[in-house]
Design a protein around this ligand. Sequence first.
Ligand code: ACM
Ligand code: ZN
Length: 637
Amino acid sequence: MKHILLLTISLMLACKPGYSQSDFSPAPIEIVPAPVLLKQDKGTITLTPQTRIYAANDEAKHIASLLNQTLQQRYGFSLLFANSPAQAGLQLFIEPGKTPHEGYNLQVNHQHIRITAGDGAGLFYGSQTLLQLLPTERQKILKIPAVEIVDSPRFHYRGMHLDCGRHFFPVSFIKTYLDWMAYFKLNTFHWHLTEDQGWRIQIPQYPKLTEVGAYRKQTVIGHNSGIFDGQRYGGYYTDEEIKEIVQYAAARYITVIPEIEMPGHAQAALASYPWLGCKGFGPTYEVWTQWGVSPNVFCAGNDSTFMFLENVLTRVMQLFPSHYIHIGGDECPKDHWKQCPLCQKRMKELGLKNEEQLQSYFIQRIEKFLNAHGRDIIGWDEILEGGLAPHATVMSWRGEQGGIAAAHQHHDVIMTPGEWLYFDHGQGNPAYEPLNIGGYLPLWKVYGYNPVPASLSPDEQRYIIGMQANLWTEYIPNSREAEYMAFPRMMALAEAAWTPLEQKNYTDFLTRLPNQLCWLDRAGVHFRIPEPIGLQDSTLQNDSITIDLKPILPGTKIYYTLDGSNPTPTSELFQRPFTIYLPPGKSLTVRCIEVSPSGNISVPYSAIYQHTTAQQKTEKPLFQAKSLAEATDALTP
Ligand code: ACM
Ligand code: ZN
């Protein structure tokens, strides 16, 4: 009876979402990052072109418009606004104090789809969760499982970095990057804008920074092979483009933190204005054409250097409203300072014992300047050496030690240790991966990272404000390769940064990946297609094994070979499990590639199965998948 009454009401209010209790096909809920509390109820709700949307204030309206944009892109319709919540199937409310900062409550029930949040960021994240509940087929009647979600982040600093110095990435790509960051509830874009190999931010007062510093005459091939490509390379972001990016990010609740590197990684600046370097070096510098750490750093003894940097930072502060300005501080060779009369004079005057203290002086002087303008600095963990600037936040990249030391000193810390969060590291067998800097950082390892070291006391742990993954681009020449390195690792980062530690579960995360990969694939993102499930998992029975492969993203085709040859899209298509006779002493190599529905092709994956008899140990035949030695691509450790 109640059911009929409800049905009648929903028919009367055509703009209300449709509710069907009988239609209990519990659509899998695949939200990344996993929310804090999720209660799935019986039934589904429908969102259709007739559903109205109510936004309680201007900020909610802005979020509704973004939601509409995505609906339009995905399903070809958007929702009309209603004047009151009673007329609206989808309701967006901002009620200060209602949730923790960036948190939201989402109710999908027979009465309404309602998102309530204490602030705009929370409402926005609620809207991203709603988008993740929608079907992956392009259709006009969108079924949404009835749910109640209560959610808020573990950390308030959830960052992704992009190095635009080594390679230059167009505004369009940065917007795509920001879109996906927002979709996975990351809230900070660390924009690495100056490097030895290129200065990327236009500063009108110093035009040569971009006329000269933004271009290198060529680029070394491979890992500093000594062979160069002979191609002039470069680019920079104009004032207008920077404002556009900052605004685009802010609309999606992402803060852009610019990084202006000092005192090291300065060769492109020195190529533009050689007087920025130490006396006795130069006067000709060129924008660097190879990778590594250049000895050409800003002179710490020359007041003109500081005047230059303060002028640059003044412009940076005009363009970037972020509370933090990242001033680099990493990898500053001190060789020039040791020989420079001005640097040595400065050390003598200030009674500095070594060049580490001179670096500390440098950073503290810049910190004072930025603090005086109401900003705070972030620096890489080298800023600990020679004494930490009083208000600095430390970005710990050479492991966690820097972060731990900073937390001991009651400084805020952002964890971004290379071993877990450097997305320039490889993701599989180097023989098949695109050229990269090395290392091995698979998805599971990113996922498993916890930025709060157990060695810190609970009091000190509070100084860990969050985590960030870094995408350095020496070996990432274009957007396509950047996407390959960023996805799906960005999702693992997002969950590690958002979801409560005790709720993290990698196996469960994998079940929620398909939904995300589907949207990436639809958008034409060149993500790294994970290895098919089951490739490493065959077991021996009666001298034979059964090969059963399943792609993570449904609709992905798997092509395989069994003779050790390279699989291609013309190899055998995997259609159903098959069994192969494998007598003792024989081995079988299964190699495959995957092709996603949009045509994205994976690297080859392989597993070697060997049927060995190890009579010295046991009477039984031993059976081993030697896949890790071969491919090291497994989804699990
Ligand atoms: C860094 O990777 N040099 C911060
Ligand atoms: Zn000097």
